[in-house]
Design a protein around this ligand. Structure first.
Ligand SMILES: [Zn+2]
Ligand SMILES: [Zn+2]
Length: 154
């Protein structure tokens, strides 16, 4: 898997209050941005996620996982409210909030999804591949996951 050749060996993140700490191993140096309405409502801004080969969460008893749809749950610190991760349940895949970690210049924004739900008041300067809701759902279907037609059920 070529991702591992460029992976960041480890990264430590924490919520705003420090009750939850997340250790990632073999981090993909790629930040994926989701502009969908649910992510923006959840975080007040687009979601920026990173993934890793493995992880460990300390302070799990302070984490609340909100089941935001039949496909996903979203974790946050119940003390300070920091968002922690988006978990895609069919694949048990976690995408961690990039802002919890001090990545410096080791990661780059490499993809933006649900671009057709992005409001007009912001745009990122990075020139990345972009996918609409329809394209994301088609890609998931090709990978064997049947997602709902409506993007708002993501
Ligand atoms: Zn916290
Ligand atoms: Zn989203």
């Amino acid at each position: 898997m070529d991702d591992l050749e460029t992976a960041i060996p480890s990264a430590t993140g924490r919520c705003l209050c420090g009750a939850v700490r997340i250790e990632l191993a073999e981090v993909r140096p790629q930040v994926e941005v989701c502009h969908c309405s649910m992510c923006r409502q959840w975080g007040g801004a687009p979601f920026m996620g990173v993934s890793a080969a493995s992880f460990d969460i300390a302070g799990q008893d302070k984490v609340t996982a909100h089941r935001s749809s039949e496909w996903a749950e979203r974790g946050f610190c119940q003390v300070c409210g920091s968002n922690l991760y988006y978990r895609f349940l069919p694949a048990d895949h976690y995408s961690f909030c990039a802002g919890l970690f001090d990545f410096g210049e080791t990661v780059s924004m490499t993809k933006q999804i649900f671009v057709d739900e992005k409001p007009a008041f912001y745009d990122f300067a990075q020139d990345t591949p972009m996918q609409t809701a329809r394209e994301v759902i088609a890609e998931a279907a090709a990978a064997g996951f049947s997602l709902p037609e409506q993007a708002d059920r993501k």
